[in-house]
Design a protein around this ligand. Sequence first.
Ligand code: HEC
Ligand code: HEC
Ligand code: HEC
Ligand code: HEC
Ligand code: HEC
Length: 173
Amino acid sequence: MNGTTHSKTTIWLLSFVVFFGLGSIVLGTVWPENIPAQPIRFNHAVHVSNGLTCEDCHAGALTREKATLPQLDTCLTCHSEAVTTKPEEEKVRVFARAGREIQWVQLTRVPEHVYFSHRRHTALGGLKCAECHGPMESYTEPPRRAFRRMKMNDCIECHKQRKASYDCNDCHR
Ligand code: HEC
Ligand code: HEC
Ligand code: HEC
Ligand code: HEC
Ligand code: HEC
């Protein structure tokens, strides 16, 4: 060990610190987790505890392929007048006055070449929403990422467990 080795080590360490330090600052501004993912900080817990069912807002969840995200009209059935003093609630009427739909961001998704049907899994398969989506009814703000990423392995692992078919052609039609 001599002085040069030591200073080389120090330079290495310093560049690591700078690299990762800067890296996380740069990433922090573009990384999806730090972007407010949804146009309104929607609160599932408040609505479910007021007696709304999942299908009131996700109309296709038991009957169609797509569960669907709610349209502004659904919100306006209750929010055309204020029911709270929360600024987040006021945003519903701001969208309405501007004549704009609320562009909710869909987090859980499969690519076009994959066939997935909610009806098949919920109404026919008897699966609860929570198996794939987690405890949505307890969320007081929108999740930042999908509860499960729903990669091919997620699908196939459960299909094996439940003795459902996992033929390539079932999911890739
Ligand atoms: C009053 C309307 C409303 C009700 C009731 C409601 N949701 Fe939602 N749901 C929304 C809105 C709005 C979003 C998008 C914003 C967010 O993620 O919070 C959403 C998002 C979701 C997502 C995210 C989809 C994705 O992209 O990954 C899931 C899953 C979901 N809801 C499941 C449920 C379940 C399960 C229930 C019943 C326990 C339920 N919701 C009840 C309005 C509702
Ligand atoms: C069937 C009636 C009903 C529908 C439909 C409904 N809400 Fe609500 N919402 C309520 C009630 C009731 C409250 C107040 C709950 C409380 O404070 O006790 C509320 C509260 C809120 C709040 C304040 C939340 C908080 O953090 O306390 C927001 C924001 C909101 N709603 C947005 C929405 C949006 C967006 C939609 C459409 C996707 C929607 N609501 C659909 C009844 C409804
Ligand atoms: C077996 C797993 C599974 C179950 C059970 C399930 N989902 Fe999903 N959900 C998914 C997948 C996969 C997607 C992405 C589908 C796509 O991209 O078309 C999704 C997407 C969604 C979305 C985004 C919007 C859309 O149109 O699909 C909502 C909302 C949603 N689910 C709600 C629900 C609700 C409510 C239930 C219970 C009634 C439920 N899901 C049960 C796997 C599931
Ligand atoms: C938590 C468990 C679970 C997950 C996760 C899951 N499935 Fe399934 N899936 C089932 C069950 C159970 C059935 C059988 C339903 C019935 O009884 O009709 C099924 C049936 C199906 C069928 C019909 C198969 C046939 O026999 O025609 C398709 C297609 C399918 N799933 C696609 C998917 C895709 C794509 C994913 C992932 C994005 C997925 N599933 C994720 C449990 C799951
Ligand atoms: C239960 C549903 C399911 C079954 C069965 C299944 N897949 Fe998939 N597959 C998916 C999903 C969901 C994706 C998209 C997500 C991902 O890339 O993991 C996918 C993605 C793929 C891709 C990647 C395409 C890309 O864009 O990179 C290929 C290739 C593929 N599957 C081939 C197969 C083959 C071959 C079989 C039969 C041995 C099979 N899959 C069986 C659900 C399934």
